[in-house]
Design a protein around this ligand. Structure first.
Ligand SMILES: Nc1ncnc2c1ncn2[C@@H]1O[C@H](COP(=O)(O)OP(=O)(O)OP(=O)(O)O)[C@@H](O)[C@H]1O
Ligand SMILES: [Mg+2]
Length: 352
């Protein structure tokens, strides 16, 4: 049973919480100067590009809930940074014709933080908790009964003065997002009716994403240029968007044009030291280290220490794409370069 401070009462706890954003289609944030919406994420499943199977299964679950006039089951999205977890959470609220309260697990330090949030939820509302693997144990315990029975079991006071009470809350949908599924406890994971991994995107989907955003950014992009940008985006929409914006800067400032050609993309990528596979200097440093130690597989911590990088950054940002390219192998004894990775690295050396 969760323990909360005796000073907590319902009116206090339903005040707006620090760090909480409420997002609905009617109150999207704006750039005040330009009156341009900053919120350029896809707003419904039809606008969300790629991952057709995932979209179909979400659509079925959403339509079934709307048909039964019930709230959607709790949803957990996991996958690497920049693949669309937050975007999906927000668009689910639109698809369910409801609003979404957005918070981050690191802001839910005390039991009263989560209790206040839960008490303030409207019927069928979405509560989106980003980085849900960072929830502390007490907060998780409060969430268990809230997720399962829409009930809060609260204890106030201490020793002989302890009082318990149960409060029923409105039915809601918890959407959680994490890059670290393994750090979520089993009881928490089991309470999500829908648990979806978001995979890296294909080049074709990334190309579509690049065209979607180029229209939004008011620039023209030639087909070959879109293909090259897509191939350099490491399977990640956020990187595609970032490269597109940097290439737009390059085109407008250096070439004085609003049309992006293949040659402009090549020059902009060269300028950022990104190759046509999307590998940057950190990737090359990583590959170089494995190349020099290829007879003895290396542990993640040893690689991180040698490169002066954070091991979790290497594990969640650098390695997944190198593994997807087939350049790196994870063996029980450690990481090593594959023959494909060795070939790539040898080519790279020749071109320097
Ligand atoms: N399938 C998609 N179609 C169009 N745009 C997308 C898609 N997926 C992601 N994006 C865009 O990519 C950017 C990053 O997406 P988002 O913030 O949802 O990623 P995330 O998985 O929540 O990342 P993080 O783990 O870092 O929080 C956003 O601008 C989003 O609009
Ligand atoms: Mg996110």
């Amino acid at each position: 049973m969760a323990i909360i401070s005796s000073s907590l009462n319902e009116s206090e706890s339903s005040r707006p919480q620090k760090g909480l954003r409420i997002v609905g289609s009617e109150n999207l944030p704006e750039d005040r100067e330009n009156k341009q919406p900053l919120f350029n994420r896809p707003k419904n499943l039809a606008e969300f590009i790629g991952h057709d199977e995932l979209k179909t299964s979400l659509k079925i679950a959403i339509d079934a809930s709307l048909y039964r006039k019930e709230c959607l089951e709790h949803v957990l999205f996991y996958g690497q940074p920049g693949l669309g977890k937050t975007t999906l959470a927000l668009l689910i609220a639109n698809e369910m014709n409801t609003t979404c309260k957005v918070t981050n697990a690191s802001l839910l330090e005390r039991p009263r933080d989560i209790v206040g949030l839960l008490l303030g939820l409207k019927q069928n509302e979405i509560l989106f908790i980003d980085e849900i693997h960072r929830l502390n144990k007490l907060t998780q315990e409060i969430l268990y009964s809230a997720m399962e029975d829409f009930r809060l079991d609260l204890t106030a006071g201490a020793n002989k003065g302890t009082r318990s009470r149960t409060i029923y809350i409105k039915r809601f949908t918890l959407v959680g997002a994490t890059t670290k599924l393994a750090s979520i406890s089993n009881p928490m994971r089991d309470r999500f009716g829908i648990c979806q991994k978001i995979e890296l995107y294909t080049s074709k989907d990334l190309q579509e994403i690049i065209f979607y955003y180029s229209a939004f950014l008011g620039i023209k992009i030639e087909k070959g240029a879109g293909t090259l940008l897509a191939k350099s985006s490491r399977g990640t929409p956020r990187i595609a968007l970032r490269l597109l914006k940097r290439t737009r800067d390059f085109a407008q400032v250096i070439r004085n044009t609003n049309t992006i050609s293949i040659e402009i993309v090549q020059s902009a990528l060269n300028y950022q030291k990104i190759d046509d596979k999307g590998l940057d200097q950190t990737d090359r440093k990583y590959l170089d280290f494995l190349f020099r130690n290829n007879n003895s597989p290396m542990g993640l911590e040893a690689i991180a220490a040698a490169l002066g990088e954070d091991s979790s950054m290497l594990e969640f940002v650098v390695e997944p794409y190198l593994l997807q390219l087939g350049f790196v192998l994870r063996t029980p004894r450690g990481r090593k370069l594959s023959s494909l990775g060795e070939k790539y690295f040898n080519e790279l050396q020749k071109n320097i």
